[in-house]
Ligand binder design. Structure first.
Ligand SMILES: CC(C)(COP(=O)(O)OP(=O)(O)OC[C@H]1O[C@@H](n2cnc3c(N)ncnc32)[C@H](O)[C@@H]1OP(=O)(O)O)[C@@H](O)C(=O)NCCC(=O)NCCS
Length: 176
């Protein structure tokens, strides 16, 4: 898939920029309340966020990327409040959707709005199925999946990059 900006009612989903490392670190990647259930380990410095961004940004120029991450920017203030995207998982032959936003912005429907926008885009380019999984102890994420139209698929678990293991619920959606 190829990167494209996505506009929703309140958000612009756009490319992340390397110069935003400090902001992103202070706003969410360094905040344990946000990172607790994420695959990545809480960033200990803006340098770690910069390294992550460098890897993420590389994919924007690819014609057929298997990993894209959108920055969620509030249209009203221009504030970058989080990010989310789709990564192809060979074990399921499907794209997996993931997301995280800054703590102060939780509970306003922003993530649901962003995920719906991403799903619409994936559908428009012919992606046939997607899935997502959330820790059992993180029901807000499951609610986002439900509100974005996904359906319960199965129970399972996921292992984070640092070895933490979470019991999880998997959701999926056929886009055809
Ligand atoms: C999960 C997360 C992305 C949700 O973002 P958000 O913008 O607050 O999501 P939304 O406002 O679109 O929807 C959240 C829903 O969860 C519900 N919710 C919040 N806390 C909840 C809880 N403890 N139990 C059940 N539902 C809960 C909200 O009420 C809302 O549902 P509603 O609209 O029916 O009331 C955000 O909390 C976050 O970034 N968490 C940390 C990172 C993370 O966990 N990412 C997902 C990893 S799988």
């Amino acid at each position: 898939m190829k990167f494209k900006e996505i506009e929703t009612e309140r958000l612009l989903l756009r490319k992340l920029r390397i110069e935003e490392a400090e902001h992103i670190f202070k706003t969410w990647t360094g905040d344990e309340r946000v990172t607790k259930f994420m695959m990545y380990t809480t960033h200990q410095s803006a340098e770690v966020t910069r390294d992550w961004l460098a890897g993420t940004i590389k994919h924007y120029d690819e014609e057929d990327s298997r990993s894209l991450q959108w920055g969620f920017q509030l249209k009203s203030t221009g504030m970058l409040i989080g990010s989310g995207g789709a990564i192809f998982k060979p074990e399921y032959q499907m794209y997996s959707i993931g997301y995280n936003i800054a703590y102060d912005y939780w509970g306003n429907g922003y993530t649901t709005e962003a995920v719906k926008g991403i799903i619409e885009y994936l559908k428009s380019i012919g992606i046939k199925q997607i899935y997502s999984d959330h820790a059992v102890d993180n029901p807000a994420s499951g609610r986002v999946m439900e509100k974005a139209g996904m359906h319960y698929w199965k129970d399972g678990s996921y292992t984070c990059l640092d070895g933490r293991v979470f019991q999880a619920k998997f959701y999926r959606l056929d886009l055809e």
